[in-house]
Design a protein. Structure first.
Length: 215
């Protein structure tokens, strides 16, 4: 069986980071294709793999899946493991906070775009951004306090919910967001993952620089 993951720039593509990190954490063997974003060829190149024209794209054998959350659900079915919490209540909350990240936090996305190699303290503090930050921190605190006793992540062990919030961790580092003790410890746990470090090291060597990214 073949597994292919099509991603964008590692420095900028927050949606690409999510399934990539989860697949690395699960120990899956997959081939990676990186397509630089915001070039004249980008859209046509992505269309070779997905009708939606966006990354990430998972191609497993003859099946194409082109949404990060859908990729996570599919992988959990195909490759049994710790993709979601085992206990039903925790699993329901993990899916809820993942879906909330998937569809929300527009102010944070727009004003603090992911840029792994940059350090931009005091930037991105537009109206509405702090509300998004506060909600993220509330989610992290609640999950850690209610479900996180078994490890350093939102539900103890690493799950796909952590992959969904990994780009936010990157944003908080880039923009030097002030965090409480629980949120800081969680940020450190994600940041220190070997797979996360692998992503960051690759991002640092990419030649592309985008003037503005809201990915």
């Amino acid at each position: 069986m073949s597994t292919l993951l099509v991603i964008g720039n590692k420095n900028y593509s927050s949606w690409s980071l999510r399934p990539w990190l989860a697949m690395k954490q699960a120990g899956l063997d997959f081939t990676e294709i990186r397509i630089p974003l915001d070039t004249p060829e980008t859209h046509d190149r992505i269309l070779q793999y997905s009708p939606a024209g966006r990354v990430p794209v998972l191609i497993h054998n003859d099946l194409t899946i082109w949404d990060s959350l859908a990729i996570g659900e599919y992988l959990a079915e195909q490759f049994p493991g710790h993709w979601w919490p085992e206990e039903s209540a925790a699993r329901a909350i993990a899916r809820s906070v993942s879906a909330e990240m998937h569809s929300g936090f527009s102010n944070l996305r727009q004003q603090m775009p992911m840029d792994c190699r940059a350090r931009l303290p005091r930037q991105g503090r537009a109206p509405g951004v702090q509300t998004d930050i506060d909600r993220v921190v509330e989610i992290w605190r609640t999950c850690r306090q209610q479900f996180g006793a078994g490890g350093d992540f939102l539900f103890g062990q690493f799950t796909f919910a952590d992959a969904m919030y990994a780009p936010v961790v990157s944003r908080f580092v880039t923009y030097e967001v002030e965090l409480d003790k629980i949120a800081r410890a969680y940020t450190d746990a994600i940041w220190s993952l070997p797979a996360m470090q692998e992503w960051l090291e690759a991002a640092a060597t990419e030649p592309e620089y985008l003037a503005e990214s809201k990915l």
